[in-house]
Each structure stands twice: as C-alpha cells, then as structure tokens.
Design a protein around this ligand. Sequence first.
Ligand code: ZN
Length: 397
Amino acid sequence: MVDKVGLIYTEEYQKYNFGKDHPLRPLRLKLTYSLMEKLNLLNHERLTIMSPRLATQQEIERVHSPQYVEVVKKLSENPEDKSVVSYRYGLGPGDNPIFKGMYEASALVCGATIIAAETVWSNEEFKISFNPAGGLHHAMKDKASGFCIFNDIGVAIKHLKKLKEDIRIAYLDIDCHHGDGVQWLFYDDPNVLTISYHQDGRFLFPGTGSINEIGEGKGKGFSINFPLLPGTFNKPFKNLFRKTAPKLLETYAPDILITQLGVDTYYDDPLTQMGFSLAVYRDIAQTLKTSAREYCQNKWLAVGGGGYLMTVVPRAWTIFLARMLDVELKNELPDSWIQEVKKSVPFEETPYLLWDRGEKVEVQMLSHPEVAKQIIDYTKSLIEISNEKFLPNLGKA
Ligand SMILES: [Zn+2]
C-alpha cells in the first residue's frame, strides 16, 4: 500500500522575517529541516519533499479583502509609503512590523499550504502533508494579527472548497493561542468544524476562545473551544485530548483533517504560560494520525504555527514528522545538529536529547499539589462539557 507523506519546504521561507528582534524567527524552520535531515527522515522512502509556489492574488482574496491585500502589496514594495494608514490594518511597529517583500513572503506560505492541501486531496498516494511554515491562524479578513499577515489555512480551505463545493473540513488547532482567525472566517459555516485547544483567553492573546463561542447561524455548534488553565501539563492534557479529539472527529466525520501544530505550549516558551514537555507532542501526533486514518478519510494536512524557542520547535516538529512516517526515533540528538544549534542559538540552553521527559514540569507541579489538582479537575470538567454540550451539537450535522 502506498502511504506517502509530503513535506512542503523551501529556503525561501526565510523571507518571512519581521526582523532580528522579533520572536518569530525563520531560523526555527531552517533548524527543523536540518534536524529532520540529520535524523534521516528526509530520505525516508515514503517521504517526498515538494516545492511551494506563490498563491495568486485571486487565491488570497478568497479570504482577504482586496483593499487589505492592496495595502500589504503597497507596503511590501515600499515600507516607507506614508499614503497608507498601516496601523488600521494591524501593520506597523509591534507584533506585525512592515518589511520589504512581505507580500511575496506571505503569498509563498499560502501557496505552500495550498500545495499541501492539493497533495492530500487529489493525489491518492499521499495520506499526509506537512507545511511547517504554515499555520498563520490569527490573520483576519481585513488585518494582520499576531505575526500573521495572510491566513494560509483559510486560503487553503477556500481552495479545497473550489475543488469540491460541499467538502466537509475539520480544523483542529493545538497552538497555545486561540485559533481565532480561522474560527471567525468560518464561524457560520457548518462544513468547516473548528476545534481549538489553547491557553485561556483571559490570560493570553488574542483573548477569545471561550467555551461559549460555538458558531452562529447555520454554523452554530461547529466551533469548539477548549480554553486551558495556565500551567496545564502533559498528563491532564493527554487525558483531555485523547478523550475529546477522536470522538469529535468521529462524530463529525469530515472529508479531510487540517491541523495547526503550534508548539508554544512548551513549558519554557517565552510567550506563554503552559506546562507541556516535548514528550506530549508524540502522543498528540499519534492521536491525530489514528483519528485522521479512522475518521477523516485518511487525509491529514498539517501546518506549523507558534513556538518561540529555536531549540524546541525543531525537535517538536521532527517528532511529528517521525510519527507521520511511523519512524521510532531514539531519545538522542545528532552531534552535528547540537553543534549547529550551539553556533546559531548561543543564547538558548543547548539540548542534548530529542525529548525531555517533563521532569522539570512534573517537579514544579508536585511542589504545588493544590494547583495541580485544580488543573486536573478543570480539564476533567472540559471532557464533560465536550460530551454533554459539544458532541450532541455535532450529531445534528
Ligand atoms: Zn501561538
């Protein structure tokens, strides 16, 4: 049986770059590719590396307003252009600085996710595709937000809808931040189910993603949110994820699964306050893989997302790719990669293992048993909410 995995990659991804002081550094993609290569995943017989293309303006405008697209284009050509009130479009000093070439850099990420979508949708040989540069889930119709200029996920969903008008898509987002952009774009659409697991919006950007955001109009019941307490650690999350994600996907039974694999839930991530260790991502990957095969027509499109430690993101996404290929990796890192990291990220602690076992997190939690108990009880209540509120709504699909 042919069961191929497509990895969409190019050096050109480095051009999506907000500058050296910005937390979203394209270096993380380079180090990811390098680690995958050094662990021999890239020459695996089931893996095909594919080059992306630029999304056309027409494809981007299926999601974004022509006015916003023109603004991005104009500032991309001339970042100094004073005729545009850039902050109205979320662009400028702060989260989304203007940089030369940002239109093309963003169109490339969209094009890469389109290629990834086409690969699993139209090519029978491929069951999984992965665009680590994608996952720009905060971008809105009329504005940039949270390091995201164009919403590549939204653009790919619209593309799939062109290929099959009544296609049913499940979008599942594990980034630490709520997948707001994708949720709002398809909030009234029953054919796009959005599920987001994230740090509670009361404590983190973008502030949304409460359990009461369930969709509207015909889309009512097709937006699902699991806001998590800061400090949520591996064990309760694994329990929550295993007991909710597969069931929701089985009930909805989509034609394809799209996942956003942000890994800023890592306990040491500088932008968030969650408590995951790297080991959890293997578990998540396995659950997603099985769910895609059993409940989503064996079609899984994966994109990247957040993650702001240059030594963590590469390891996490390598763990995901290994699961996609059914490769069992050892808990060690190639010496050549360790040297590369020492050189390119001297300001981060050098890792020597592929995954940490989460001892640091567990120890922290054991020293605060009352906090740990609160988190465990709360995640259990989310399972109940999912069974009693979210699932029955989906059953009406
Ligand atoms: Zn994030």
